[in-house]
Design a protein around this ligand. Structure first.
Ligand code: HAM
Length: 421
């Protein structure tokens, strides 16, 4: 019978790889919590309307990539393509703004986009996402980018770049939209169908286009950065000053528009040149109007998300795979010895240490091979003779030395030996 396969673009994370994931998650929790962020977990499915209103009807994500479906009640739902809209929904729904002041949240989990899968781009992928509500200050924009740098460093990735830009406020954007539209019209009909449509509906989205001829035509397009108002310029200058104060290196890249409609003012991307075309390992920015647009109070916000698959790909290039191995492997010969090993292994586990054993009565040679392969620090060898004399062989797998010790209180003895190393 033919075996069922996983859905294309949705991957298993196997035990050999999971060490990378756990390491990244631990680093993310440590770093984000030290900056005052607290974890939030929202459902993977939301009402479709949330993403349409939050991310924007004419974005690629909403137009082409959403896993949207009608459930059995006839409600239109979608698997979340990102976490920001969900966190904003939750922030409004639970009146998390009521306490006043600034609130910082993070979320780690799977997201879903129906994109064409390739290396670094999947249909189910995972993000580390962080959001701050209630701060206008350019300090928080800079702090967030600095924090991303700390996080990337803690995870153990080197050589990433930070690109920043400003998208201005709705006021300057309106001015720019007209300038851009005029440019697009002047260029004629050379653009792809999507871009021609976007020219009228949402001109800024032409910068998301992946078609080569569109990218070429857009090279001489006017830049938003040259059309921002004085307030937005002052905000952007202050963000840059703070970044310099923090020693965070950056480059201004006026081409960053981001693929989601909610951004205004600061936007940024964390990039690498080691993942081929999927060069963004993270991105984010300010989205001051979104909480209000989704039915909440007028609260400013900034956030970012990093793609965990891309972080894992980079780690694989740079580091040895992290392995987990038992503290002790119990090898035994004979039923009685095996039964004793079985009890000792549970006792060691009860103390929080990883223990492995042979359950099946294999030959000592095969057990030793398994112990070696497992990377166990110690092997306890219990044979019938040792058992009769209440003794046990303890093999230190690092020094390859072995000694005979009394079986009584063997776990305490082992722990004492280990603590003296
Ligand atoms: P985004 O740029 O769409 O932003 O996604 C953030 C990161 O998620 C990307 O830089 C990339 O590393 C990863 N990513 C996105 N799509 C895929 C995919 N199909 N496969 C693998 N990795 C992917 C957002 O999602 C915003 N919500 C970020 C944000 C938070 N802005 C404000 N707050």
């Amino acid at each position: 019978m033919e075996a069922v396969q996983a859905v294309r673009g949705m991957n298993d994370i196997l035990p050999e790889q999971v060490g990378w994931w756990q390491g990244i998650e631990t680093s993310a929790r440590e770093v984000l919590e030290s900056f005052g962020y607290r974890e939030m977990r929202t459902p993977v499915a939301e009402k479709l309307e949330l993403f349409a209103r939050g991310i924007g009807e004419s974005t690629d994500i909403v137009e082409k990539e959403m896993y949207a479906f009608e459930d059995r009640n006839g409600d239109w739902l979608a698997l979340r393509p990102e976490a920001t809209a969900s966190i904003v929904r939750s922030y409004i729904q639970h009146a998390l703004h009521a306490e006043g002041g600034c609130r910082k949240f993070y979320q780690i989990g799977p997201m879903f986009r129906h994109e064409r899968p390739q290396k670094g781009r999947y249909r189910q992928f995972h993000q580390i996402d962080a959001e701050v509500f209630g701060l206008d200050s350019p300090m928080i924009d800079a702090e967030m980018m600095h924090m991303v740098g700390v996080l990337v460093d803690r995870i153990g990735i080197t050589n990433v770049g930070l690109n920043i830009n400003t998208l201005g406020c709705p006021g300057c954007r309106q001015v720019y939209r007209e300038v851009l539209k005029k440019f697009l019209i002047e260029q004629g009909e050379g653009f792809c169908g999507d871009c021609l449509r976007r020219r009228d509906t949402n001109p800024l989205r032409v910068f998301d286009c992946k078609v080569q001829k569109c990218a070429e035509l857009l090279e001489s397009a006017p830049r938003l950065l040259d059309h921002i108002c004085n307030d937005c310029r002052a905000h952007f200058d202050a963000v840059k000053d703070h970044l310099e104060r923090l020693g965070t290196r950056y480059a201004v890249n006026p081409r960053i528009v981001r693929g989601l409609d909610y951004y205004m003012r600061t936007t940024f991307e964390v990039i690498t040149d080691r993942l081929g075309s999927q060069s963004a390992i993270g991105g984010g920015g300010r989205y001051d109007g979104l909480v209000r647009d989704l039915g909440g109070p007028d609260v400013p916000a900034v956030g970012f998300a990093m793609g965990m698959e891309r972080l894992v790909l980079l780690l694989e290039q740079e580091k040895e795979r992290p392995l987990r191995s038992p503290f002790c492997f119990f090898a035994s010969l004979g039923d009685q010895a095996r039964a004793k090993a079985f009890v000792l292994a549970q006792q060691l586990r009860g103390r929080g240490l990883e223990a492995e054993l042979d359950y099946e009565g294999r030959s000592l040679k095969s057990q030793m091979r398994r112990a070696d392969k497992s990377g166990a620090r110690y092997v306890l060898i219990l044979g019938e003779d040792e058992l009769a004399r209440s003794e046990v062989q303890v093999r230190d797998m690092l020094t390859k030395t072995q000694r005979l010790l009394p079986l009584e209180n063997i776990l305490e003895t082992l722990l004492t030996i280990d603590s003296q190393k």
